[in-house]
Design a protein around this ligand. Structure first.
Ligand code: PMP
Length: 351
């Protein structure tokens, strides 16, 4: 605490990301990275750009990338916004679309950046408890509020929402922004992007960090009707009128265009997820039904903290949250087949 700090900084508890240790032989399953790496075409595009091109400022409109995303999702490039990771896109959405007099509603157990942004930008927040199966009950979101944000699938539970339920919520809340954070949607969920044609209050946010395995590049995007995208652009232009750098635009465009790599790698992740889920259930774990590239699991005989520490001792890193209701769970990212095998062997040592 310093006398120079603003009142917001004094109360702010910044988001703490999962650790990124550099240990040899570590099976790193703690930050939901994709083990298969980006499309080789994306890597080649970054390498090609990483020369004299860097003299030049990036395209302030990121037009090539927005056109590629628009083409993939059947919208117009003017309905696409890109930023440095979906975290930045979310930050702009919070600043641009959320009101200060009426609360933003989101689940009590969800992505921990939402409360950070609410504090930072002075947005009132109201959290709705997950039900006893750790599911989001969409009926609970029909209330007097300024806006709604829901991740689909939710994090860290991995549980998905049906598109019909999302559509009903969006339709029942005209005039209120409904933001769907689809960071993990490509691992088996159904995207709400097509609904943006029909509903002027729906903004859908995606990332290239997970299903396109480019967490290090920091690229995310939002799709919505033009007036919502224009709001994000106004914030962006006041903040940093170059949304992403030249390497990121080149790599992300090639990654979006390489649908074959995207499909092959995400399906491998989904297969491993189902295999790990089965193996953990056989060993007595309760595993929540996941549509993400991670699973959320607990064992009746062991605390989450002791399991995480035991796994760490044998060089397997998973995420444990010391938070009410979920402190007995582990969030385990899905690695390669070999990494998943090592996880299961390590579990057998620890339980
Ligand atoms: N939304 C959710 C639900 C997430 O879990 C994450 C990843 N931590 C993000 C958004 C942000 O991802 P990125 O900034 O890498 O695009």
């Amino acid at each position: 605490m310093s006398k120079f700090w603003s009142p917001i900084v004094s109360t702010l508890k910044p988001y703490v990301a999962g650790e990124q240790p550099r240990m040899q032989n570590l099976v790193k399953l703690n930050t939901n990275e994709n083990p298969y790496g980006p499309s080789p075409k994306a890597v080649a595009a970054i390498q090609a750009e990483a020369g004299d091109g860097l003299r030049l400022y990036p395209d302030p409109l990121s037009l090539k990338l927005r056109q590629a995303i628009a083409g993939l999702h059947g919208v117009d490039a003017s309905e696409v916004f890109v930023g440095n990771g979906s975290d930045e896109v979310l930050a702009h959405a919070f600043q641009a679309l959320l009101k200060h007099d009426k609360p933003l509603v989101y689940p009590d157990i969800t992505y921990s950046f939402y409360p950070v942004y609410c504090l930072l930008y002075g947005i009132a927040a109201q959290t709705i408890p997950l039900d006893d199966k750790f599911e989001i009950r969409l009926e609970d979101y029909q209330r007097d509020c300024g806006a709604i944000i829901l991740p689909n699938p939710n994090a860290p539970t991995g549980i998905g929402l049906p598109l019909s339920g999302i559509e009903a919520l969006v339709a029942a809340n005209p005039g209120k922004p409904v933001v769907i954070d689809e960071a993990y949607i490509d691992f088996g969920g159904e995207t709400a992007i097509p609904l943006t044609r029909k509903y002027d209050n729906l903004l859908v946010i995606h990332t290239l960090s997970k299903s396109r395995s480019m967490a290090g590049l920091r690229v995310g995007f939002a799709i919505g009707q033009r007036h919502l995208i224009e709001a994000l652009e106004r914030v962006k232009d006041s903040f940093n009128s170059y949304p992403i750098d030249r390497l990121a635009e080149a790599g992300a465009t090639a990654a979006i265009e390489d649908v074959a790599w995207f499909d092959e790698t995400r399906h491998k992740v989904m297969e491993s997820r189902d295999r790990v889920t089965g193996a953990l259930r056989q060993r007595g774990f309760e595993v929540l039904p996941s549509l993400a590239n991670f699973i959320f699991a607990r064992h009746p005989g062991h605390s989450g903290a002791s399991l995480a520490a035991g796994l760490r001792a044998v060089s397997v890193l998973v995420r444990h949250f010391d938070k009410p209701r979920i402190s007995d769970f582990l969030r385990i990212s899905i690695g390669t087949r070999e990494e998943c095998d090592r996880l299961i062997e390590a579990i057998d040592v620890v339980i």
